[in-house]
Design a protein around this ligand. Structure first.
Ligand code: SAH
Length: 244
């Protein structure tokens, strides 16, 4: 937890479509690439007394699509901390939800962890825990309660689908949100002792009957709108009293 009031929050998004509703809603200024030639894009603004930076992973120079996944997320986090030094990091984005844990399309979670990896298999005793991660980097109990949001474990990996072993790890951790960035961001945040929370909107139901990629595409805009609404509430809540 930050041991001083939060005056400056930085939000990290993987996809432009996830970030645009919030960028428009808060009328953030487009500052261009944060560290050329890297593709990450930077926007800034404020909510009341709270300074806001948004960094979006940007488009891959070779493949032309959003830089989703762990390595751009880790690089972006390092850049954000280096160049902007926020009091709080927020990983905002979409996720796969789980019907058996109350997940619904468009539902938004707020969580400070644990942030786990589910696709790093290193069966060498000292590396096993490192592979899984399990970082909890922010106490969001009061915030989640005030905003009526559920908390829980997030699990990250570099695939949109999952194999049986991924599924077993996800299940063991009681995961509520499956994504491709949060744990990578958590590793960097932890090295710098920066608090991190995640706000994740459900685009698809991992344990539902529909193929993930179809559901994802169908619900990306609905979920991103719900995400921006919740982020707006959270940022206003944090701005209100310069929360700790
Ligand atoms: N097919 C999409 C690619 C989206 S990949 C496209 O063409 O635009 C999924 C992105 O949303 C990642 O950044 C990830 O963090 C999040 N996500 C949403 N649902 C997910 C799921 N079920 N598993 C993993 N990541 C998911």
């Amino acid at each position: 937890m930050p041991d001083h009031p939060i005056k400056h929050a930085a939000l990290l998004f993987a996809m432009q479509d996830e970030a645009l509703p919030l960028i428009r809603r808060l009328e953030l200024a487009d500052k261009g690439p944060i560290s050329p030639p890297m593709p990450m894009r930077w926007y800034d603004g404020a909510v009341g007394a709270l300074r806001i930076d948004v960094v979006v992973m940007g488009a891959d120079r070779r493949f032309g699509i959003d830089c989703i996944g762990t390595q751009p997320a880790a690089v972006a986090t390092q850049l954000v901390i280096d160049k902007l030094d926020p009091d709080l990091l927020i990983n905002a984005g979409t996720c796969g939800g789980f019907i058996k844990r109350g997940g619904e399309i468009g539902k938004v979670y707020l969580t400070g962890g644990p942030f786990n990896f589910h696709d790093r298999r290193i069966p060498l005793a000292p590396f096993e825990k490192y592979a899984d991660g399990g970082w909890t980097l922010c106490d969001v109990d009061a915030w989640a309660q005030a905003l009526g949001l559920e908390q829980g474990a997030v699990s990250s990996g570099n695939s949109l689908d999952m194999n049986d072993d991924d599924a077993a790890r996800i299940e063991r951790a009681g995961t509520i949100a499956k994504d491709m960035e949060a744990a990578a961001i958590a590793w960097v945040a932890d090295q710098h002792e920066k608090p991190l929370c995640a706000v994740k909107a459900v685009t698809d139901l991992v344990d539902g009957p529909h193929p993930t990629h179809e559901e994802f595409e169908r619900h990306l805009h609905t979920a991103s709108d719900a995400l921006s609404e919740t982020l707006d509430k959270l940022l206003n809540y944090l701005a209100d009293e310069n929360r700790r």
